[in-house]
Design a protein around this ligand. Structure first.
Ligand code: PHE
Ligand code: CO
Length: 292
């Protein structure tokens, strides 16, 4: 989500770490990477991504002409929810990231991955940030949640509680699932921007799928190097917004005495939708999970 907090913006970036997108500087190979990724995701997301995401993609017409020009999409995004996208060179310090969110600005990486990185890259690029995150920002309830998260992030930093709050971001904004009337649906940006995980998270018998519980989520480690071993399922965006409206002060107090929960744990108190086999994770022998 964010880099070291002491860092200064790189040369050419503004004090808030933003840069010009310079849309006309993308070459046809870079637009081609966007279009390839876009078409791959359109092959898997209908029936898997939630309605709010698919509606947002349409509303912003994100496929037109390859990599989107922020000057084209921002007027519509601002009209819908007051959000806009700003370009940054890459990961930004936590406090900078939270300040952007608290002001309804989503910082998006300006660069796009190379053709040999279609399936995985470690830093978020413009495809992950814009295709993955921005459609959900057209939903008014999710838009409010993201702004509140930014405010909550600044507060958590002051209380030394970022490790707990970051897990909430991970298991909702990045890897969240939602229960729709028709079945489980994806809303997390880390999933919708990955072809393989878009299928894995819903259909593979390996991962646990558990009902969302705020404190449980904030205690759960996550892995940053492979498919998740657990997904948490919210009942609606409104339910997520409502439960996170409460003052986290007392929660942080309780969490101080509560141990972290392992990525593959299923507890007696969990609402279990899938008790996963963990077969996929076990098949990745020699790979010790990298967790946070
Ligand atoms: N309610 C949280 C607090 O009191 C702020 C927050 C809102 C955090 C939404 C995350 C998401 O700190
Ligand atoms: Co992301």
């Amino acid at each position: 989500m964010a880099a070291l907090d002491t860092a200064l913006p790189p040369p050419g970036a503004r004090p808030d770490w933003t840069i010009d997108q310079r849309w006309s500087s993308y070459d046809s190979a870079e637009h081609g990477v966007w279009t390839t990724l876009y078409e791959r995701q359109l092959g898997v997301l209908p029936g898997r991504a939630c309605d709010a995401f698919l509606k947002g993609l349409d509303a912003l017409d994100l496929h037109r002409g390859g990599i989107p020009d922020f000057e084209r999409i921002n007027p519509e995004l601002q009209r819908l929810t007051g959000w806009r996208v700003v370009a940054v060179p890459g990961l930004v310090p936590d406090a900078v990231f939270f300040d952007h969110l608290a002001n309804r600005r989503f910082p998006a990486g300006q660069f796009i991955r190379t053709p040999d990185q279609l399936d995985y890259l470690s830093e978020p690029d413009i495809f992950h940030d814009v295709f993955g995150h921005v459609p959900m920002l057209t939903d008014p309830t999710f838009a409010d949640y993201m702004q509140a998260y930014g405010e909550g992030g600044l507060r958590a930093q002051g209380l030394n509680q970022l490790h707990h709050l970051a897990r909430l971001y991970w298991y909702t904004v990045e890897f969240g699932l939602m229960q729709a009337p028709e079945g489980l649906r994806i809303y997390g940006a880390g999933i919708v921007s990955s072809r393989a995980e878009s299928v894995f998270c819903l259909e593979d018998p390996s991962p646990n799928r558990l009902g969302f519980d705020l404190e449980r989520v904030m205690r759960t480690l996550y892995r940053i190097d492979d498919f998740q071993q657990v997904y948490f399922v919210i009942s609606s965006i409104e339910a997520l917004r409502k439960v996170t409206l409460q003052d986290f002060g007392p929660i942080y107090g309780r969490l101080a005495g509560a141990p972290d929960i392992a990525i593959d744990a299923v507890l007696p108190t969990d609402r279990v939708l899938t008790h996963g086999s963990q077969a996929y994770a076990r098949s990745r022998i020699g790979r010790t999970p990298v967790t946070a």
